[in-house]
Write a protein that binds this ligand. Sequence first.
Ligand SMILES: *[C@@H]1O[C@H](CO)[C@@H](O)[C@H](O)[C@H]1NC(C)=O
Length: 253
Amino acid sequence: MKRFVFLPFLWLFSLSVGDCAADANGYFMYADFCCAAHSRDPTQVEYLVDWFFNEEHMMQYNSTVGLWTGFTPAGLITAHQANENKGDLLQRKMERQRICVNNFDVFFTAIKENMAEPNVTLVKTTTSSHGTVFVCSAHDFYPRYIRVTWHLNGQDVTTGVTFSDVLTNGDWTYQVHSFLEYTPERRDTVSCVVEHTSLKEPKIYDWDASLSQSDRSYLIGGVCALLLGAVILSAGLIHHRKKRCDPRFSSAL
Ligand SMILES: *[C@@H]1O[C@H](CO)[C@@H](O)[C@H](O)[C@H]1NC(C)=O
C-alpha cells in the first residue's frame, strides 16, 4: 500500500459528496481524493479515496468508516490487505488531517464566496411521446451538489421522475433539469422541491392546477370584463348625477 503515497495526487474539496461522485472515466490506475464537508464543522469532514482500474470502481477508503471497501474481486483483496496494514490506515488518517481538516477554512471560505442560489422555474408541457411532463429547472447554482425532488399534494413522488445530468454553464455555475411525467387532476398541486447549500431550508415551488395557463387567461378576461363594466357603470352614474345637478334639468323635473 506504500505505493499509494507516491501516486499523483488529484483531489477535490467539496461541500458535499455529490461533488465526489465516482468518476467512471478513470483509466488504468486512477485515484480520486476528496474531502466532503457535510456541515461547517471541520472535525466532521469526510475524506474519501476512490480507486479505479480500467474505468471500474475498484475500492474506496471512507474516513467515517476508517477502512477500505472493495467493490470488485481484485478490489476486495486489495482492500482487505490495506485494512490489515495499520500503517496504511494511519497514513489515511494523517492525510485526512493534513488535507481536509487543516485546509477546511480556506476551502470553505472559497466555496462560500462563490456560492450561488439556484434560479428555479417550474413549467408544464405536453409532449406527443410522454404526455404531460412537468419540468423543474435549476439554473446558475454553485456548488454542484443539488437535490431536486417532487411532491404531489404534499407527498413525495418518485415514479415518472427523470433527471438530466448536472451540466456546467461554462462559468463556475451549474444547471440541472428534473422531469415528472404526470397528468394532473383538477385539484392537484405539483411541487418541485430544491435543496442546496445556499438555501437555509428546502425551497418549494408549486404549480397550481386551479391556475393553469388557460384558466389564467379566463381569469384575466374575467377581471377585464369586470373592470370595463365598472367603468361603464361609473360613467353612467356620473352622467346621471351631472344631469340631476344641472339646474336646467332640475327645474324641468
Ligand atoms: C462513508 O461512510 C459513512 C458511514 O457508513 C456513510 O454514512 C457515508 O455515506 C459514506 N460516504 C460515502 C461517500 O459513501
